[in-house]
Each structure stands twice: as C-alpha cells, then as structure tokens.
Design a protein around this ligand. Structure first.
Ligand code: PLP
Length: 398
C-alpha cells in the first residue's frame, strides 16, 4: 500500500512535467533556445541563414577581441581547464585574487569576490546579508536572481513601484525604525533600459539607515568613466554598500562579482553558500574577464562606438514610431503590448535576418510584452542598415 502511494506521488510529478502548458507552447512556437550553428562577431548562422545578432549583452563587443581570446587560451594553457573545486577548499588560485584586486581598484572598493555566474553573485548579495527579521525593499522590476536571494534570506520583503523613490520613501517610513532594512535596485534595468534614480534612492537609504545593494550587470561597461558603472556615473560610490554584477556582458566572459568593503566581502566568504559550495571560476573565464577589463581602460573607442550606435539605433526606432519604454541605454525594448503582436514582430525580424528575443508577461508587466534588443559596439554601419530595413518591414506586418 505504502509503495503504491509513493509510486503515485512520483507519477504526479512526471505527469505535471509532461502536461505542462508553458513547455508545450514553447515547443510549439519555438521562440527560445535557438542553437546558432556559427558566429563571427555580430553575425550568427541559424538554420543555415546569416543573421545580425541584436540581442546579446556584449555591449562593448569584446567577445571576439583578439587580446581577450588570447588571454583565455593562455590562462587555460597555464592553469588547465578547471579548478574542480570551491574557492574555500581546493579551488583558489592566484589568478582569482588578481582579478578580484583589479576589479576592486576599478570600482574603487576595498575588496571584491568573483563567482561562476552573475546570477549566483547577485543572489548571494541578498541571501547572505539579509536574514529573518530584516525587511528588504525591492524595486518590483528587479532580476529573478535577486528575487531568489530574497526568498533564500528568509527576510520579509516589500516591493516598491519601478524606479519610484517617492513610493520607496512611503514604504520605508511604514517600517519600524529599529528593523534592519535593505534596499535592492538595479543600475540599469535589463528589460527596460532605465537608469536607476540613484541620487534620490541613495538619499532615502542615508536618511533611513538602509543598507543599499545595487545590481549593475547592465550598467558595468556602459555607464561611468571607462565603463565603471552606474554608481560612478552618479559619483555616488560612498552611498552604495554592495555592488554586484556579471562578467558575461561587457566583460565578454562568464561569471559574476560582488564588490564592497573588506569586512563585507570577508563576511560573504564566510557565509555565502553560493560561494562555499560552488566551484571557482575557470582559468579561461577569469583570463578573458581580466583582459576585457584592461581593454576597457586602454581602448576608449569601444565605449564611444557603443554610444554612437545606441543613439543611431534609438533614433531609427523612434522614427518608425516604436515604443522603446523610454530606454536610456543600449538595452532597448520594443514594447508591443500583447504576445500576439510580439510574436508577429519577432518573426518578421527573423524573416529579414535579425535575431531578437521575445519577452512576454509574466516576465514583463502585463501590457508591456516586448521584443528585447541590445546594441553592441561591434555592430557595423552595414549591420544597422540591415536592422533598419528589417524594422521597417516588421512595422508593416503589425
Ligand atoms: C540584472 C541582472 N542581474 C544578474 C544577471 C545574471 O548574470 P549572469 O548571466 O552572468 O548569470 C543578469 C543576467 O541577465 C541580469 O540581467
């Protein structure tokens, strides 16, 4: 009898997966998980067709930079393919420490810790530092990794309206002043392309004694001097307690970082499960990120080109009457408002050889269904001309 019950429980899970509506729809319309057959710079091949990639986060276009490729190769030759262990135990190497020191100096922080994914780094900034009894105040549009961190922390949480300091101020005031409070925001919101209203939010954190965490996955490399990020853009480095971000966007690698005071980073190394129980980043990942960081400081042309391309692309979209949700950065959504319109627009772009990504509710707020696009310094003038033609065609298909 007991055995029959156990088998039945197992079956329910198997059946739930087999009958899952979202998976069925994904497989039917196949909008995601496209495996490109080839790539060179901004060009990819999909189902035998050459396409312009208009959805990557390679903002500075360094993923095909010869010095970055060479650094990855050299690191692998020197250190092997993997550390096969966590930093705490057998996985720490001199190249981790070097990269962390370089990042800390660049970000004007005392210390930094790198991990295998931006997702883990950003999750751990919340999960490790907030605890039961604390209150987390989070912008309602923050990334999924931060929501996971919030859940793991066991702290209670409140959402405030997207990028709305007035709403945040009202919320903070409603919380008992003895309660430890953490505010979590993004530097550049990944879907919307909005820059956080940091001056007002940092002022609230200051006035109300809140610990301030900023996820700068999309601001790093894009804003501030030499791409030092959103906090540098506003010159508010002393107002943000912890910065986290990704190595997989402007740094053209894979991995993540957390930067802050020495005390905070050492606390993270003691308490973060995402650090203690996860293998260290590989030699080639660290080598590529380190070389990209050097290039950010010695070759300003990539940042200049990124912004030139961004301005040109934004004007193109506005000229076509498209709604770009007031994006201020190279992460530019095209808001269409329903999943049917998004699918039609995305398919038309694909037909014309431009690869973008669909984002529909609940990943975005209802009515904000969109096609996410992102500009890279690597896009050539010819790429942008091809994109312009494809956009004009897709608009006619709406
Ligand atoms: C805002 C934000 N934070 C964190 C991450 C996670 O970074 P990674 O892809 O390096 O894991 C992302 C990734 O898209 C992101 O957009």
């Amino acid at each position: 009898m007991a055995l029959t019950l156990l088998t039945r429980n197992k079956k329910t899970i198997v059946e739930r997966c087999r009958d899952d509506y979202s998976t069925k729809m994904r497989l039917k319309y196949a909008p995601y998980y496209h495996a490109m057959e080839w790539q060179q710079g901004t060009h990819v091949r999909l189902n035998g067709r050459d396409m312009v990639m208009l959805a990557s986060n390679d903002y500075l276009g360094l993923s095909f930079h010869p010095a970055v490729i060479e650094a990855g190769r050299a690191a692998m030759l020197q250190w092997g393919t993997s550390t096969t262990g966590a930093r705490l135990s057998n996985g720490s190497r001199a190249y981790h420490v070097d990269l962390e020191k370089k990042l800390a100096v660049f970000l004007d922080r005392e210390a930094c810790h790198v991990s295998v994914a931006g997702y883990l780094s950003c999750m751990s900034t919340v999960a490790t530092f907030a605890q039961r009894g604390d209150v987390i105040l989070a912008d309602k549009n923050i990334h999924s990794c931060v929501w996971d961190g919030i859940r793991l922390s066991l702290a209670s949480f409140e959402r405030f309206s997207h990028n709305n300091p007035e709403d945040l101020r009202q919320l903070v005031k409603s919380i008992h002043h003895h309660t430890s409070k953490m505010i979590v925001v993004e530097g550049v919101y990944s879907m919307e392309g909005h820059i956080v209203r940091l001056p007002e939010i940092a002022q609230i954190a200051d006035d109300q004694g809140c610990f301030l965490v900023l996820d700068d996955a999309h601001g790093f490399g894009v804003l501030g001097r030499q791409g030092r990020g959103t906090v540098d853009h506003f010159q508010l480095n002393d107002k943000v307690d912890l910065l986290c971000g990704s190595l997989s966007k402007s740094l053209a690698s894979t991995g993540g970082f957390v930067a802050g005071s020495r005390d905070l980073i050492e606390y993270l190394r003691t308490h973060s499960k995402q650090t203690i129980f996860s293998a260290a980043i590989s030699p080639s990942q660290a080598g590529c990120a380190s070389a990209a960081l050097d290039i950010m400081q010695t070759e300003p042309q990539h940042l200049d080109r990124l912004w030139r391309n961004t301005r040109r692309y934004r004007e193109m979209l506005k000229g076509l009457g498209l709604d770009i949700w007031e994006s201020e950065t190279p992460a530019i959504p095209i808001v269409l408002g329903s999943k049917e319109l998004v699918y039609r627009f995305w398919q038309a772009l694909l037909d014309k050889g431009v690869f973008t990504v669909m984002s529909i509710a609940p990943a975005v707020p209802p009515g904000k269904d969109l096609v996410r696009t992102a500009i890279s310094a690597m896009h050539s003038d010819e790429d942008l001309e091809r994109v312009a033609e494809a956009m004009a065609y897709a608009v006619k298909k709406l």
